[in-house]
Design a protein around this ligand. Structure first.
Ligand code: NZQ
Ligand code: ZN
Length: 390
């Protein structure tokens, strides 16, 4: 196992009713805050009123910014940072899904940063230039990204047709409130996309060519089995507390560093390819991942890495056999069928995407060099996978 430092500073308040603590938690860090949210989901399900009530009880001054888009825009980040500077705000509280939390991190960074975070952090990847940021906190309403416990932010720039991420330890939320009852209102489509996103985060870390990472693989198999067990239940019965709770905690544990700490290598090629789809077509992240993942699996499978597919087949799905490649192919089909059972489509054509931008996407995905570790994917490989997914 490689050396590592595991340090997640996020205080997690999990369970029904935890939102009543939001005022007290904020007060530890700030008295004037930016309250950031998306369109109208938190007004519809009553969370907005609760948050305002509990913040007001602790005399927290609130400036609001709403309308964060799924695939959040750099323009919203700039607008939020202007508000924070103008009103001397001391913390950004995101109430929403991954897009709102990612946008909050962008705002927290841009507020204290003298240059342009889009250029320096997202495009040029000079993450160490970011030395200061406002504290971020979150109330999560959609289980998917893990943004509630990590330092990642993924932002979109529609003028440049790019969707790019950056990360920093200082952007990990100081606290996150995870109340599964607020995910009861997430519709079937976003529930399915969220489940696929969690599974994809696990695949990106589970599938690596080395034979090490025994403990990490076993933890990830447990998380995968949890999502595979509970996603169909939440999909059919959105108010099933146990299903929503298990999926919510799985989302946080799957991308907070727990499952990659000490691992020799991880992959992340499917995410980089999906970000190209979202950048060019503004699609839902988890849907793009659900389409690409089985094709990526088929493309990278070879004799060096077939052992990972066999482990996945045996330990997650209970699929066994004498021929490793047959077992691998069966489990890839099983994965696609599982996604389809949640009404995730199988091809890009199904979501209205044709091949006209494939070359652009392959160029952009590999602009910093080959991607992935299971198989290092160059321009022609990305083009091939996109074509397979057509
Ligand atoms: O805008 P509102 O009205 O809130 O509606 C949202 C939005 O339309 C709705 N929603 C959220 N909570 C709801 C709800 N509707 C009903 N009831 C609720 N309780 O769901 C829609 C999608 O929300 P969004 O935040 O976009 O979804 P998600 O959490 O899947 O976030 C996706 C974004 O996160 C990025 C993705 O690329 C994408 O931009 N990612 C962030 C990562 C990270 N920070 O570590 C990693 C991921 O791999 C991913 O790239
Ligand atoms: Zn993801």
């Amino acid at each position: 196992m490689k050396n590592f430092i595991y340090d997640v500073p996020t205080r997690v308040l999990f369970g029904d009713g935890q939102v009543s603590n939001v005022g007290k938690e904020v007060k530890k860090h700030a008295s004037k805050i930016l309250l950031l949210y998306g369109k109208n989901s938190i007004k519809k399900n009553g969370l907005y009123d609760e948050v305002i009530k509990f913040l007001t009880e602790e005399n927290i001054e609130i400036i609001e910014l709403s309308g964060v888009d799924p695939n959040p825009r750099i323009e919203t980040v700039r607008e939020g940072a202007d508000l924070c500077r103008k009103h001397n705000l001391e913390l950004v509280l995101a109430v929403g899904g991954g897009s709102t939390i990612d946008c909050a991190k962008g705002i927290a960074a841009q507020t204290k940063y003298h240059g342009d975070i889009w250029k320096d952090l997202c495009v040029d990847k000079k993450f160490n230039l970011l030395t200061e940021a406002l504290p971020v906190a979150s109330i999560l309403t959609l289980a998917a990204t893990g943004s509630e416990m990590n330092g990642n932010s993924v932002l979109s720039n529609s003028k440049e047709n790019l969707k790019l991420g950056f990360n920093s330890y200082i952007l990990r939320p100081v606290f996150s409130i995870l109340d599964p009852t607020y995910t009861f209102s997430v519709n079937k489509y976003q529930t399915a996309a969220g489940a696929v996103d969690i599974m994809s985060h696990l695949f990106e870390q589970y599938f690596s060519p080395d034979k090490k990472g025994y403990l990490q693989s076993r933890i990830m198999e447990g998380l995968l089995k949890t999502v595979i067990h509970y996603a169909p239940i939440a999909y059919e019965n959105p108010t099933n507390y146990d299903a929503r709770a298990n999926i919510m905690w799985a989302s946080s544990l799957s991308l907070n560093g727990l499952t990659s700490a000490g691992k020799e290598s991880t992959d992340w090629a499917t995410h980089q390819m999906e970000h190209e789809l979202s950048a060019k077509y503004d699609i839902t992240h988890g849907v793009g991942l659900g389409i690409l993942t089985p094709y990526w699996m088929e493309y990278v499978l070879d004799k060096e890495n077939v052992h990972r597919f066999v482990e996945y087949a045996n330990n997650v799905w209970g699929i066994f056999g004498d021929d490793d490649f047959q077992v691998a192919k069966k489990v890839i089909t099983k994965t696609r069928e599982f996604f389809n059972s949640l009404d995730i489509p199988s091809t890009l054509t199904d979501i209205g995407i044709d091949s006209s931008k494939f070359e652009d996407m392959a160029t952009s995905a590999t602009r910093l060099g080959p991607i992935g570790t299971m198989k290092k994917l160059e321009y022609k490989d990305v083009l091939e996978i996109l074509t397979m997914a057509l």
